[in-house]
Design a protein around this ligand. Sequence first.
Ligand SMILES: O=C(CO)COP(=O)(O)O
Length: 132
Amino acid sequence: MQNPRIALVAHDAKKEAMVAWVEEYRDLFHRAKLFSTGTTGGRILERFPDLDLTRLKSGPLGGDQQIGAMVAEGKLDAMIFFVDPLSPMPHDVDVKALTRLAIVYDLPMACNIGTARAIMESPLFTTERVTS
Ligand SMILES: O=C(CO)COP(=O)(O)O
């Protein structure tokens, strides 16, 4: 895929892991269009300022819902969302809604590093899609 459109989101306890994971795939991400919730995007851009990354609102302030709208409009090719399974979230309903939309629209979505690696190394990103 030439310019994959990828959403990157991480809860606070997972933000370091997200930045480290972006480092692993930085070559691919340099030709991707990235979209992140506010704080996650800020952390990624601090480390990789040259990425094409659009920061949306912070998750608890509507960022998850903005990404959900992109899913519903077919504007994403994959979503990587490192969820913190051990902390209660004030915006848990938004997280659930976002996950639900990824299922509804059959969007490849990873909630942990293992699945995120599997997606990035899948034919979706490693081979050119033939379009007619
Ligand atoms: O809370 C989030 C996802 O639910 C992430 O939002 P931030 O990237 O703004 O911290």
